[in-house]
Write a protein that binds this ligand. Structure first.
Ligand SMILES: C=C(O[C@@H]1C=C(C(=O)O)C=C[C@H]1O)C(=O)O
Length: 365
């Protein structure tokens, strides 16, 4: 058989497979519609239906990854199913998700990675605004950055948890690649200014010292903001990611300029919905202690005694009193797991204050 005939035959097979895939996806979508009807028909009086179930979605993705035998990677098939679920959920309810904007930020990329593309994503000007939109019920969820592997905690986010009563419903991790971008009329030999968010400038510090030691670095509110500015400036460049580059039609002067190749940022999904256990969860708490010797040691002891793994501890001053600190702790497990529950009960007896910010499925993708 000639190559042309071979290709022709293969394409006929692909067409037939696509038709079957379409049939199956449509059948799945109809099932999701039925799920919505069942949820609506079984509400107690005054009860609001809960369409989005993060614990179920995490299970579906993990199940698919476990079943997958290739040739596509587990992550690749999970991304496809992430989008299928996103479309199915949109038949039940279109989620509104606020994120730290403007459009084109890594936080928007994180929101779409977590929820898929069938949500309505709404850019906010500041982290606190994302929190306020969720508190006001103007959106279903919010997405905010919380820590970067190179630069550490995002303090605005931690402080917002002290001010607002919201729950963490999920986490997303995103590999962060920064590029040096310019507009089409830029004189690349005359760059006198590089714009970016302070965190991104810090994540590319060594690269900038080596390649643009004498160029002014200007911190702006977001990478997308930086990208927007350089579109029309002939003597400046921006550091931003692919989404912003595409959104503003910029040219790549240098790619992947972050100092650490494993540079990644963790984002949190904030909402008002408590998430049931999946068996592979994390819990975030805020706790403050009396200011006495050994207080932090005493505080952490119950975790050690119950064999609970702490993945992060961060300290922030609170505004309620001088030298009073709040500890943000992430641990492995759900707050309903007996060992976690026991440790938290012991801690709440000792601590000045303890707040469980939420238990949520570990990031699957
Ligand atoms: C179908 C459901 O509703 C939503 C859609 C899901 C899906 O498409 O698989 C999974 C969980 C929910 O977010 C459900 O609750 O099972």
């Amino acid at each position: 058989m000639s190559a042309t005939d071979q290709l022709k035959a293969l394409r006929v097979r692909i067409d037939t497979l696509d038709e079957r895939i379409l049939e199956l996806i449509s059948e799945r979508a109809r099932c999701a519609q039925e799920v919505a009807h069942v949820k609506m028909a079984n509400l107690a009086e005054g009860e609001e239906p809960v369409f989005y179930r993060p614990e179920r979605e995490a299970w579906v993705l993990k199940h698919i990854m476990e079943l997958n035998k290739g040739p596509l990677s587990g992550e690749e098939v999970a991304r496809l199913f992430r989008e299928i679920m996103s479309s199915c959920l949109a038949l039940e309810q279109t989620l509104k998700v606020a994120y730290l904007g403007p459009e084109g930020t890594f936080t928007q990329a994180a929101a779409l990675k977590h929820f898929g593309h069938s949500v309505k994503s709404l850019p906010m000007a500041a982290i606190d605004e994302v929190f306020r939109e969720v508190v006001a019920n103007a959106v279903n969820f919010g997405v905010v950055p919380v820590e970067n592997s190179t630069e550490g905690a995002v303090n605005h986010t931690l402080d917002s948890f002290l001010e607002h009563d919201l729950l963490i419903c999920g986490e997303v991790e995103l590999r962060i690649h920064h590029h040096l971008l310019v507009g089409e009329n830029t004189r690349t030999d005359r760059i006198t200014r590089i714009y970016s968010h302070a965190q991104s400038l810090a994540q590319c510090r060594k690269w900038l010292d080596a390649h643009y030691p004498n160029v002014e670095r200007v911190a702006v509110p977001s990478n997308a903001d930086a990208a927007k500015r350089v579109k029309t400036e002939w003597n400046s460049a921006a550091i931003a990611g692919d989404m912003a580059a595409k959104l503003y039609g910029l040219t790549y002067l240098a790619e992947k300029i972050e100092d650490r190749p494993d540079n990644s940022t963790r984002f949190l999904i904030i909402g008002t919905q408590a998430v049931p256990p999946t068996g592979d969860d994390k819990t975030s708490i805020i706790v403050s202690t009396r200011n006495k010797p050994g207080a932090l040691y005493e505080l952490l002891k119950p975790f050690h005694e119950n064999g609970i793994d702490l993945t992060r501890i961060e300290t922030r001053p609170t505004r309620s009193g001088k030298w009073t600190y709040a500890f943000f702790i992430d641990l492995v497990g759900h707050h309903q797991d007996p060992l976690v529950k026991g440790a938290l009960e012991k801690i709440s007896q000792e601590a000045v204050a303890l707040k469980v910010l939420g238990s949520y499925p570990k990031a699957v993708l």
